[in-house]
Design a protein around this ligand. Sequence first.
Ligand code: NAD
Ligand code: UGA
Length: 458
Amino acid sequence: MTFEKHILCIGAGYVGGPTMAMIAFKCPQYKVTVVDINPERIAQWNSDTLPIYEPGLDEIVKARRGKNLFFSTEVEQRIQECEVIFVSVNTPTKTFGAGAGMAADLQYWDKTARQIRKCAQSNKIIVEKSTLPVKTAQAMKRILTCEDNGIRFDVLSNPEFLAEGTAIRDLEDPDRVLIGSTLTPNGIRARDVLVEIYANWVPRDRIVTSNIWSSELSKLVANAFLAQRISSINSISALCEKADADIEEVARAVGMDRRVGNRFLNASVGFGGSCFRKDILNLVYLCRYYDLKEVADYWEGVVRINDYQKERFILKMLDALFNTLADKKVCLFGFAFKADTGDTRESPAVFVASRLIEERATVVITDPKALKNAMKDLAGVAGDVSYVEDPYAASEGCSAIAVMTEWRIFSTLDYERIYRAMAKPAFIFDGRNILDHQRLFEIGFNVFPIGKPSLTHF
Ligand code: NAD
Ligand code: UGA
């Protein structure tokens, strides 16, 4: 079969895999290949057990794999045959040298750009899918074009806004697709190629084009705004606990103002995920680089409140359990950073588990999809930790349950049964406000929600 277009994606992770599966699903006329340097990951993409859990992903991968969707480790060969190359490699926070702990580590991007230059034998459109600091496209263009070999590289910015757990829905029906380009004739021609790809299923009025720096920056700012809403509501949750107000009532009243809106106002133990923290720190680093101290401090506050909220959660547990957790069994309901994913990157549960271990508690973790990742995350932590799939078995003999992830299953459990099997007095710390607190109190639990008065029998 001959295809209209050959599309490549370098990086087969949480973004590369699902986004390319969606393009292949919506555009059978294109051949879509996803490559990665990690052979194990590619083998999983080619197997019945995909490397990531995402509702709806299995179906679309199985529908297109082997037809117009391919996963491969042959990075160099594939670069040669594709005219549009998405780059979706990881851009974690730098852990060394200048900017350590703040700036984006661009080494994977840099290496990819050099590899593309080395292998390319014809003109290419390079699409920034990873989240990158503003002005990265300029650096990429310089790396790509430093050898005058007659090949033209057009660099576009096309940041991804999918959220894990709803990735397939987000990709199928996005609020917007953002495409940034240079405004030269070549830049606009490249931009139009990408617009045409998305226009196969995304309404034209939701495909937004902009200058390339606005596009790069919009991605960081979008994540910063979303995280800022969570930190705002979480900061007020602390005040609610002091003032006997109820954070859900406050959030409802505030969010009903259409200028504010009601989404992303759920108070929690803190936000997690691989991106919010890293992207805000990256934004803060950029502001400091440009000598915008006040702006940097403002956004850094979002991360500080998140750290405060996680620490507050632990201190509340310690206080409620009579100032010692040593040898007490604590069960974490959930380890994923949010429901409907197995991803545990930057999950508040990693922090809470580590702090519980520091306090010498015995930790039992239950999660429907994230136990494997939890084991990896805590592999280096010396302490008494166990992993149990069944929440009833996991909570048996525990003094406390801490809800870390808003998995639906946790709100449907038989808490009378759970209470009977726990050590007394029994405590529940609902880090997601998903349980029926009054009912739990009536069963006999001492209940500590976020941003609401606690319900205790003492
Ligand atoms: P990931 O770690 O899951 O995947 C990145 C993949 O790139 C890895 O499999 C890695 O092996 C591969 N890789 C690294 N260097 C390579 C190279 N030189 N050649 C080939 N493969 C290489 O990361 P992710 O979560 O998919 O995120 C990727 C980017 O997308 C990041 O910049 C992130 O900020 C951004 N993003 C992520 C999400 C999300 O929900 N995870 C959403 C929007 C944007
Ligand atoms: C987030 C953004 O929502 C995506 O648009 C973006 O593409 C992505 O980051 C990225 O760049 O990686 P994601 O981290 O997958 O997506 O999930 P979110 O739904 O944003 O949740 C992030 C964290 O905030 C989770 O820990 C979640 O539980 C928490 N959260 C979310 C709250 O505590 N309260 C809320 O009201 C909403």
